[in-house]
Design a binder for this molecule. Structure first.
Ligand code: SF4
Length: 406
């Protein structure tokens, strides 16, 4: 390979696939009869089918398979843990390496946008029955898409000013660009789904009383688990979601200080560390109480923050925050072995140790369905999509019975 060709190839790889390289990758697919990749997708995105279409140069058909099966196909292409799902299940793992399903999905969704493909539609004639979704995160968005395509009038309510839930406020844009989220949402709006943003709904029953026949509660986990440590009230102690939301709303410029400690080992902790680094913090250090193998964060995210210069110290948990003039000064850590100790200077401590659900009333009322993080305690985006689709199917069944169709 000449140097020129090699350089072009590397640039192509960094930039994502083009039609030629995407088809080359699709041609490595074994077209498995049992398609373990498709079996492994919680949301039923059906990689085997879209890869087969791409092999036959049917880009439109491939993009259509993704969008029809997964209304958040663009966002999932960016944040799905492929190496634990479809790519881990891929039959080619036993030969050389799995098909790059995530990158192929990204390429196809970009083609869908670039060519303005309309891959999903809602019927013009509406069916009897109105549905509402509480929360505009992935579970609700998926449910709204399925309901609208089945012909129902759907309204999505969210307390935030922008739709997307965790996709918009809880994931760093370097991992999930806002335009990707916005495009997924635009396609749902194009189906006629209405959005009522900046409106917090306290109870599903209130929406039923307002005339909705069925309600989906996909409100997500927006409550913060407060830490109970000496010094936890000091200025400079932050909580992950508040910090990520503020950073997103300020265009990444929210004040964070120079020495930042992030506590946690999940993707949200990695996102906080990356956001702090991108905001200009000189030193960003992650501390996690278990080993790196036990950390729930994806390996790609761990490598990403490490490539930015973020250090990760494992098997150390915070014991106290030491203040000076009411502000964070040091964090005292204790080792998992029960003997080791460390005292680390910091301006800010961000706790990324999990979220809790905020109460929504009437979740067990008739015609009310619940899914996503609020029901499963916080899983992946693709799990939320799967639960939203499942809830929508149950809501359609409920509406049909109510209308006497079934
Ligand atoms: S498991 Fe891998 S090789 Fe088999 S159909 Fe899916 S992508 Fe192709």
């Amino acid at each position: 390979m000449s140097k020129v060709v090699k350089k072009e190839y590397l640039e192509e790889a960094a930039a994502g696939y083009n039609l030629r390289t995407a088809r080359e990758e699709a041609r490595r697919c074994l077209v498995c009869h049992d398609a373990p990749c498709s079996e492994a997708c919680p949301a039923g995105t059906d990689p085997a089918r879209f890869i087969r279409s791409l092999r036959f140069n049917n880009v439109k058909g491939a993009a259509e398979t993704i969008r029809k099966n997964n209304p958040l196909g663009g966002s999932c292409a960016k944040v799905c843990p492929y190496d634990q799902l479809c790519q881990e299940a891929c039959s080619r793992c036993g030969i050389d390496k799995p098909i790059e399903i995530g990158r192929l999905q990204s390429f196809l969704v970009e083609q869908e946008k670039a060519f303005g493909m309309k891959n999903v539609e809602a019927p013009e004639e509406k069916k009897a029955g109105k549905a509402a979704c509480i929360g505009a995160g992935p579970a609700s968005l998926a449910a709204a898409s399925v309901l609208a395509r089945a012909g129902y009038e759907v309204t999505v309510y969210d307390a935030q000013q922008k739709a997307g839930g965790m996709l918009t406020y809880g994931i760093v844009p370097a991992r999930l660009p806002q335009e990707t989220v916005d495009y997924d949402i635009q396609l749902i709006k194009d189906l006629g789904v209405k959005f009522e943003l900046g409106k917090k709904v306290e109870s599903a029953e209130a929406l039923k009383a307002a005339g909705y026949d069925t309600v989906f509660v996909g409100a997500g986990l927006w409550g913060t688990k407060k830490v109970d440590l000496p010094g936890a009230d000091a200025k400079g102690v932050r909580y992950a979601l508040d910090y990520l939301k503020e950073a997103r709303e300020s265009g990444g410029k929210s004040e964070i200080g120079n020495k930042v400690i992030v506590i946690g080992g999940g993707d949200v902790a990695m996102d906080c560390a990356a956001t702090a680094k991108l905001a200009g913090a000189e030193k960003v250090m992650i501390y996690y109480r278990r080993t790196i193998e036990e950390a729930p964060a994806e390996m790609a995210e761990i490598k990403y923050v490490q490539s930015m210069g973020v250090t990760i110290t494992t098997e150390f948990a915070p014991a106290a925050i030491l203040e000076k003039d009411g502000k964070v000064d040091f964090v005292q850590f204790k080792g998992r072995d029960g003997q080791s100790e460390a005292k680390v200077k910091a301006d800010t401590v961000v706790f990324a140790i999990g979220q809790s659900a905020e109460a929504v009333g009437g979740m067990d009322a008739e015609g009310v369905f619940v899914g996503g993080d609020i029901a499963n305690g916080g899983k992946t985006v693709v799990d939320a999509v799967a639960e939203g689709k499942e809830a929508a199917a149950a809501m359609i069944d409920y509406l049909e019975k109510k209308a006497g169709v079934k």
